[in-house]
Design a protein around this ligand. Sequence first.
Ligand SMILES: *Cc1c(COP(=O)(O)O)cnc(C)c1O
Length: 408
Amino acid sequence: MSLGQAASPAAAPPAAAAPVLRFPPAPAPRPRPAAPILLSPPELTGGELAALREVLDSGWIAPAGPAPAAFEAALAAATGIPHQLATTSGTAALHLGYRLLGVEPGDEVWTSTLTFVATIAPAVQMGAVPRFLDVAPESWTLDPGLLERELARAARRGRLPRAVVPVDLFGQSCDLDAIAALCDRWGVPVLCDSAAALGASRRGRHAGQGARLAAFSFNGNKIVTTDGGGALASDDAALIARARHLAAQAKEPAAHYQHEVTGYAYGLSAVLAGLGLAQLPALGARVAARRAVFERYRAGLGALPGLGFMPEPGWSRANRWLSVALFRRPAGAPDREAVRRALAAAGIESRPVWKPLHLQPVFRAAPRAGGAVAAGLFAEGLCLPSGSGLGPAQQDRVVAAIRQVAGG
Ligand SMILES: *Cc1c(COP(=O)(O)O)cnc(C)c1O
């Protein structure tokens, strides 16, 4: 039957003898399906509408004007990194970072293998060769000891990377002090992917502070959101001034738009910056809320055999953007995928730890150093619902569902 034809009416059922009425037992009352529990949903502060109205009233419906500038000033205050450019995304901030560091086709760019693809994608798109380094078991972030050995080897061969890009994993700062000191020794700049680490710190300094450049994200799943957005940050005013120029199409000051180089349309819109201004004051409370979520998981699940959690070294204060549990099968834990599927069946979203980039098909030919630690964390690690608005009753549901699979 073609879609244009009307369906013919169903034939009338033949008249049947009057049935003997036998009532089935009343069905057990079906529980109303509980609302799904998401991994890291956005949360509103209540100040967003007023902030949006203020931006709209200002007349700046553009990636320019007082709102992005005020958001950048608020980010500088929140992070202690004085120079900030608000961008359309964290990925855009990373792309600008690679451009500022002069990444060219054939250059090596080194990063932690345990990360989201956006860390390295812009460099790859610029023709760089990515090289993936393993993480340290104590922090799950770039292993400084491995980096030290690899930098020394690369220097002997005369082939140092154009940039080293450590990652603040799941809201835990990498050991940036050690990493920056090693890279300084060889004159290699550090671009820190702090996309998920707003509000995190190490040794009293904010995540990303002390790198040549740091990138932040305000995507809807992050701890503070502008819907979509990001920022590139640096202690170096000239670097951020150049990023600002590139992010606004690299227009030279001339009435006719003169161009020495080509740029991008990467400036954060004023409207979204307004959202960010309403969100940012909640940062401290959200870090506390996400850390409390982590502690409740530890209290509720910690006794299960084979269960582990993402460690927090003594030098780190993570924002616990995502709470990550390890299901160590040799120690008696159930299979990570069995847990994930059981949670999904209960309407609870969870996600495996990042698949290490050296195991991704797109990077199968990329050079690497180690990777076994990251691969093990991928096999056993599960990111649990971690939103700052996750209530104790919802979290009890998650804990109960895991206990059920784990036989606890
Ligand atoms: C979120 C995230 C990004 C990308 O940020 P967007 O704003 O989504 O472009 C990059 N790296 C890491 C580690 C992230 O978590």
